[in-house]
Ligand binder design. Structure first.
Ligand SMILES: Nc1ncnc2c1ncn2[C@@H]1O[C@H](COP(=O)(O)OP(=O)(O)OP(=O)(O)O)[C@@H](O)[C@H]1O
Length: 287
């Protein structure tokens, strides 16, 4: 299967500090990938490496089969909406589209105009006078009208209110359904990602903590509760554990169903999984 992003022991160091280390990933095409992790985990660093804005300190990265930004054809295949959805305050909406058309060989003006009309944006309005949500939608329009194979978005909804976030993600999903491109999107808002992503990559303290298809992550993680004890059931890896005087609760990864009568097994949400990995950066592994 084609990979959109493949990294091998990828590392990036600023001064003496690793912002990303030993990052090995192979993300198949055709997914909406959520990139999550606490502040400073290395998400923006990974995205900037993926768009070729900087070169890695160690290891390798391939995006759509070549080195990021290696050739104009490769640049044309990757759209990027950087953090804080950058637009030019002094340019009108229409001028942004003109600029997009000039800079991108695969530019689809019909798609761009259709989206602007659908969003109710005034082509004559300057980007500096748009609301945060409208600016984000304009930046997304530029990314989509480029007709990329992979669209990378760095925290695109961070500054938006819940309604604007929903509208933004809705437009993104409509565009994905219509044009069939892959998406890699970082966000802190796991509940939003849960609605739109079918693949998750989680970074904690500059390392990949977990990566995989959401469906598989949900199928292989469980919440176990039972009488207080220290030992988990056989064959599970404990991701996080909490105890009261009488009860133990474990979030575990298990490749086969847990059928131990001593434990009550419940389903977990993606948010439960993310929070468990975040709260226990050094995961214990039990045989
Ligand atoms: N230009 C830079 N110079 C020095 N250190 C940097 C630079 N950019 C990032 N860092 C450091 O690298 C680490 C990873 O930063 P990065 O921005 O990739 O994290 P992030 O996961 O995107 O964080 P956030 O969620 O807060 O945006 C942090 O410790 C940060 O301080």
């Amino acid at each position: 299967m084609t990979s959109v992003i493949r990294t091998d022991q990828l590392g990036m160091k600023y001064g003496s500090r690793w912002a990303l280390s030993e990052c090995t990933l192979d993300i198949p095409a055709g997914h909406v990938v959520g990139l999550v992790g606490p502040n400073g985990a290395g998400k923006t660093t990974l995205l900037n490496l993926a768009v070729g804005q900087m070169a890695p300190t160690s290891g390798g990265i391939e995006v759509l089969g070549s080195r990021p930004a290696a050739r104009p054809e490769q640049l044309a295949k990757v759209g990027f909406v950087a953090q804080e959805t950058p637009t030019y305050a002094a340019l009108t909406v229409a001028e942004h589209l003109t600029l997009g058309a000039r800079l991108n060989p695969g530019w689809d003006q019909a798609v761009a105009l259709g989206r602007i009309r659908q969003l109710g944006l005034d082509p004559a309005q300057k980007a500096g006078q748009l609301s945060g949500g409208q600016r984000a939608q304009l930046a997304l329009t530029l990314g989509i009208a480029k007709r990329p194979e992979l669209l990378i978005l760095d925290e695109p909804v961070a500054a938006l209110d819940p309604l604007a976030r929903r509208e933004f993600l809705q437009s993104l999903m409509e565009a994905v359904a219509e044009h069939e491109f892959s998406v890699l999107m970082s966000s802190h808002l796991v509940s939003d990602l849960e609605r739109v992503c079918d693949y998750l990559v989680m970074l904690v303290e500059s390392r990949v903590r977990v990566a995989g298809e959401v469906e598989e992550l949900l199928a292989t993680h469980h919440l176990l509760s039972g009488a207080r004890r220290d030992a988990p059931p056989a064959g599970v890896r404990v991701v996080s554990a909490s105890h009261t005087d009488r009860q133990t609760t474990l979030l575990v990864r298990a490749d086969t169903p847990v059928r131990d009568p001593e434990w009550t097994v419940s389903q977990v949400s993606l948010e439960d999984i993310v929070l468990a990995y975040m709260s226990q950066p050094t995961m214990e592994v039990h045989a």
